[in-house]
Each structure stands twice: as structure tokens, then as C-alpha cells.
Design a protein around this ligand. Sequence first.
Ligand code: UDP
Length: 415
Amino acid sequence: MELVKLDEKRFADYLPLMDREAIEEINYLSDELKGKRMAMINATAFGGGVAEKLSALLPLLKDLGLKVDWWVMDGSDDFFQVTKQFHNCLQGQEGSLAGADIEVYLHQTRLNAAFMEEWNYDFVICHDPQTAALIDYRDSTQHRGRWVWRCHIDTSSPNPEYWDFIYRHIRRYDAVIFTMSDFVGEGVGLPNLTLITPSIDPLSPKNRAFEPAEAAAVIRRFGVELDRPLIVQVSRFDPWKDPLGVIEAYKMVKKEFPSVQLALVGSMATDDPEGWDYLYHTLRRAGEDYDIKVVTNFNGISSLEVNAFQAAANIVLQKSLREGFGLTVSEALWKGTPVIGGRVGGIRLQIEDGVNGYLVETVEQCAERILTLLRNPALAHDFAAIGKEKVRREFLLPTNALAYLRLLHKLNFLP
Ligand code: UDP
């Protein structure tokens, strides 16, 4: 495993965005937990939502007085193939869990667990299926600590074979965190089951306020014409994010709104071996239509550019078919951009259909809703304003930190 260097963040900088009760509770809990040692483990420090969330949350917890280490598991190509299969099947894909895959998974777990022998943490928080079996090695660490497993994916209708395998591991943690109750089957007895919604960092380069002219200058570099409507989806190239469905919806809109442009903005996560295949798939579907821009971290997309695309878009889409949370929804709303999302998973926590955005189930609905918003800028503006206030109240980083502190505090005082 490797340690990831944390950025610096100061809790004090967030105070103007927070309600007084939350500030007081965070101060109280962090005082109680001061000096506690915590390890967070996941599978990648870059690309995708988990890396995004940890890179924001951990520096804040550190500033609040915890001693925090972020560890990234060592993987191999076959391990990441297997864990992507876990990810897909836990989100409902068909398929059977082969014995050879279990061996690859457990072998890599064992190699990573060798790093843990000297560990002396009070809390160990493992993220997503890649890390789940590390619990098998808890007793080999110096200090047993409290262990938590955090699920970031949409397990509302999992492939049972994969769920049973994961379940056998996660039930042995001291607590498990899911994003919403729909992701945990009814009657599933899990220890200290806790629901926590993720958050965005309003002060990060990805979310800080941009002058419109500044955002425009950034996206012009990618060939976007600023006097024409722009639809954007920011996502890994992954079938669950449905970039092909987005292109189909755009094509339908294009017939009525020929000036419309589409940007598909996606970074290639190091633990996502399917990403390249799906990027090529997407490029083929886009074909010769140069009003579709497909851009990645390999042609200059970093946080600043994502920010600019989300800020400058007329509409942001997150047309997922499954979604753990979908940070991109809150990111866009926070910038005052209206969002149309798939009616799935955590997107439903962020968008209230017809109140602060639209939820859609099909390509046709998506196209229809895009047309509605393009034709009604005042409605689009209202949706975004209502959405922004919802994000401020529910989905900003300090709220997320508070939820973690509550859980750690509870675990710390468990008999
Ligand atoms: N992201 C990015 N660059 C890209 C594509 C995505 O920085 O080119 C970020 C995006 O802004 C968001 C995260 O990756 O912060 C994706 O999180 P989300 O919860 O939407 O999806 P996940 O990848 O976890 O399935």
C-alpha cells in the first residue's frame, strides 16, 4: 500500500457556509476525538468519486485534530479487472463469481495486508469492494481498533452471488456506511449500519466560484463555441454513466436545436480498466459530429477545467443507469447550473423531479427535458437556484465531516 500526501485545509475557512448548530457539534466531537489515529483505505488516489471525496474529507478531519493517513491499495491488472467485475455485479450486472477470481482478489488482499502488521490505528475505514476482505487481517495488526466499511456504489439490486460474497466480509466490521437505505436489502443485519451522504468541497479548485469570462476562456480552448448552447456530462467512461445514451439524447435535441453542442468530460481512473474500451466506444458513437467534444485528463482536463465546463454549461446531465451518489450533480448545482439526472441511486437524493431539476428514465425523456430547459431559461435558472441552496444545506464537506465524526465518536465509546 502507499500513503497519499494530503492537501492542507482549514475548518475555519468553511464557517461562513455553515449553520451554527453544525459548527458547535463539530467542535464538540472533534475535541473528544482529538489525537485519535485513523487510516482510510481505498483503491485509487485519482479519478472518480471516491478519490475526490477522500482528498477533500481527510485534510479537514486532520485540521480538526485527528491523525489521518490515506492509504491506497496496491493493485494488479487482474485484481482491478476482478474488482471492476465486483463493482458491476454489485450494481446488478449478471455474471457468476468464478473461483479463480476469488483467488485473485484474496491473493491481492493478502499482499496488501502485509503492510498492516505494524498498524496502530484507533479507526480503520475501508472503502468499496476492493478493500472489503482486509478485515480478515485485522487481528494481525498491532492495535485492533474499530473498523468501518464504506460503500460508495449503488447496491439497490445486486447480483446475489457477489452480494453474498461481500456480505460475508462486511458483516464482520464494527460498522458499515451506505449512502441510502435503498442500497441495503430489507432485513439485512449489518453492524452499526449508518447512512451518510457524500459531499463536495465548495472551496476546492473544482468548485470555487469562477467568473463567467474566466470559465469561458477555459472551455474555448476545447473548441466550444460560447454563443451556442452547451450540454455537459462529466463522468468516467463507464456503461453505468450511459455516455451513449447521452449522445442519443443530444442527437434528438440537435434535430430541433441545431446549434446545440455536447461535451463529454471524463477522467480515466487508475482502478477502472474498462475506461479505455468505453472511451473508444463513445468516440465511435460520436462519429464525425464535431459539435460533440470528448475530452479527458489526457488532453488537459483537470479540476479547473471540470469546474469551467460545469459552470459554463446551459445544462449538466448525469444520465446514469446506476449511481452511488453522483458528486457531479451537486457540483453542477453549486455552480448554478441546472441538472437532468437518471432516476437512480443517490441522484434521487439531490434532484427533486420538477422542483430543482429533472429525473429521467429513458433517452427520449432526457431529450424532452433538455428541450424544455433550453426553451425556458427562467425555469432552468429557478431549478439551479433551488438546487444550490439544497446543496449548501445537505451536501457540503463540513456536513460530511460531521457525519463521520458522529460515527467515530459512537464507535470510540462502544464497550
Ligand atoms: N471527475 C473529474 N474529471 C473528469 C471526470 C470526473 O474530476 O474528467 C470527477 C467529478 O468532477 C466528480 C468525480 O470525478 O468529482 C466523479 O464522482 P461521481 O460520484 O459523480 O462518480 P463516480 O466516478 O464515483 O462513479
